[in-house]
Design a binder for this molecule. Sequence first.
Ligand SMILES: [Zn+2]
Length: 330
Amino acid sequence: MWEYIGQEQIFNYLNKARLNNNLAHFYIFQGQKFLGKKSAAFYFAKSLFCEKGKKEPCLKCKQCIQIDKGIHPDIFYLEKQQEAKDITINDIKILKDKLDNKPFFNKWKIAIIEEAENLNIKAANAMLKTLEEPKGDAIIILLVNDLSKIPATIISRSQILYFNLVDFKKIYNWLIEKFNLKRDQAREITHLSKGRPRLAKIFATEEEYLAEYKKITYDFLNLFDNSVEINQKFQYLDSLILNKKSFNEKIALSKDLIDKWQTIIRDIFLYKIGSQDRIINYHLRGKIANLEINPKKIVELWQETSNYKNYFLEQNIDVKLLLENLLLKI
Ligand SMILES: [Zn+2]
């Protein structure tokens, strides 16, 4: 069984290459967050190591289980250390040493690098060296959300597999069948996940995550009420405890926050142009429908929030001050 839905074309492609002995040494799995790139990489690894040797991994043999538990000796997973700004050359050196050793099971060695856009320049150069001298038994998979942030020299040496958004109907049925959700819940979460299966799974299984998301977006939507005063906007921001984290964490948290705000801004716009069937915050549709706001202002707000997320937040300025400024534009 495929562990999640969608992306079957990618697994079929890799599987064919495996059966034809035609696997590449370097792959880039490209696609937005939450599409299941990491699961696909591990699932593919299982299909290479599974003792049953069928098209799909059995998920029950020793190899499959070790991979699931993250203790397989020939599979290495690398991600940015939590407090670090990026993936460093030292991280890559350690990984390279592991790949240089003989495989434990005499098959493959697989490195999976999460959010490879976090490689800093030195690390990317070290990675490039590894790519230039491929080892026969090593496969490196870079998981990438944004291909434009990966050096062209790395891209040109890799095979790129593109992950797509999954059809709403597929996600809806999956939520009902696999997670036993009621129809209303499944519909709500299908919309919230925007075609991203892993996000749907998180919303379906982590109650707190769903509740927090709903609270942040509901409170944000309330700020559009004309009677809201400035200090209420600032209180809203304070309640999100931005001042209790390190700078890097603050940036990450702020971007995440703006992503959530943008779902509301996007939904208001969709309602105004009559495309409400694709709104994300389906559970807030009544409130959004009743909102009186100039569509031009909504477009401006979208651009502003994008500027803050992609540019201003990178400028080493007081994050809280920036976000306060942004809220004043509502
Ligand atoms: Zn197996």
